[in-house]
Design a protein around this ligand. Structure first.
Ligand code: FES
Ligand code: FES
Length: 191
């Protein structure tokens, strides 16, 4: 009836304290006990680099590292990973210097529209931290859960191979490219 309160058949989730080490910083936020990690990272910790693609575990855009392992944040209950060490794409760079994997994606065309890139970067970084000398097949396995509609994948594989060479010490990051960049528009966009 009009004006009658709606009575939910499902009990409301309780609020609880969620905490974790996100990109090296301790975060403590209030979240629902049934929150998805993707929502907590984006809405409560401000990590907007974690992308929501399919929201059902098929695209890999939302990949983050949890205690060193790449995981889909859209399929992870935040409660289950409270207290964990989480790395999102924001945590890869060293201040204003890109990580080798980020620089190599930029240099080798591994990122085009960029929507899939945070997930690929995290999956790739997780691989290189364990195996700095991956075969092409191992690279393909590491990124098999990540979809890209732009690059055709070959540039992504080349980007990861180039970053692997830097991790092994066989190649140097190009200093001029990897140098910190000043903001070209410090007073905002030109009108
Ligand atoms: S948003 Fe998580 S796999 Fe697509
Ligand atoms: S760069 Fe556009 S979806 Fe991958």
């Amino acid at each position: 009836m009009v004006g009658e309160d709606f009575v939910s058949m499902i009990p409301a989730a309780q609020s609880e304290i969620w905490y974790g080490e996100v990109n090296g910083q301790t975060k403590e936020v209030i979240a629902k006990s049934n929150s998805i990690l993707l929502d907590v990272l984006r809405d409560k910790t401000g990590c907007l680099g974690v992308k929501r693609g399919c929201d059902m575990g098929t695209c890999g855009c939302c990949t983050v590292m949890i205690d060193g392992e790449p995981r889909l944040s859209c399929l992870t209950m935040a409660h289950d990973v409270s207290g964990s060490k989480i790395t999102t794409v924001e945590g890869l760079s060293d201040g204003s210097h890109l990580a080798p994997i980020q620089q190599c994606f930029a240099d080798h065309g591994g990122s085009q529209c960029g929507f899939c890139t945070p997930g690929f970067l995290i999956a790739s970084q997780a691989l290189l931290e364990k195996n700095p000398n991956p075969t092409e097949q191992q690279i393909a396995c590491a990124i098999e859960g990540n979809l890209c509609r732009c690059t055709g994948y070959q540039q992504i594989v080349q980007s990861i191979q180039a970053a692997a060479a830097i991790h092994r010490g066989d190649a140097e990051a190009v200093a001029s490219n990897n140098a910190a960049h000043a903001d070209p528009h410090p007073s905002g966009p030109e009108i």
